[in-house]
Write a new protein. Structure first.
Length: 165
């Protein structure tokens, strides 16, 4: 019975050695190029870009959106009653360079294109609530009805969208 177990154990050891060798080769590739090898392009294809609806200038990508989950609002004796609309119709993004001078406590987010200057949303260092109930602080709130969701393209990848912070 030991003889039958040996080939299985040897195969497992060989598989582990082969896997370790592949990992070492990937690490060498990473060290040489300074980049992680492209394992899956599926995640890159799923990323969208968002552009001003009026002038079509690309403003931010999915990776700049601050994720949040819906929160059940509680009815209170003080303050407004919870809204019936639970879906998010706004996106909270990280502060980006195109937003300009955001040193005031609150302000409007305008399209950076000189000819356009469409109002896209608001920002507040105090924070703002989402209509789903989640509070964001600081808040850089973009109205989704003011931007178009575009599929990511090679042209959009060449644009530099940088965080302020």
């Amino acid at each position: 019975m030991e003889e039958q177990d040996r080939p299985v154990v040897q195969e497992q050891e060989e598989d582990e050695k082969g896997e370790m060798k592949r990992e070492a080769e990937e690490d060498e590739d990473t060290e040489e190029t300074g980049q992680i090898p492209n394992v899956s392009s599926q995640s890159e294809a799923a990323v969208s870009m968002y552009a001003c609806r009026r002038c079509r200038r690309v403003l931010f990508a999915d990776e700049h959106i601050v994720p949040h989950s819906k929160v059940e609002k509680l009815a209170s004796a003080v303050g407004p009653s919870p809204t019936k609309q639970r879906s998010c119709n706004m996106a909270f993004v990280e502060p980006l360079t195109w937003m300009g001078d955001v040193h005031e406590m609150t302000g409007k987010l305008l399209c950076p294109t000189e000819r356009c200057k469409a109002k896209l949303g608001v920002w507040s260092w105090h924070g703002l609530p989402c209509n789903c109930g989640q509070w964001h602080c600081p808040a850089f709130q973009i109205q989704l009805r003011r931007v178009d969701n575009l599929p990511r393209s090679a042209e959009a990848d060449s644009l530099e969208i940088q965080n302020i912070l």
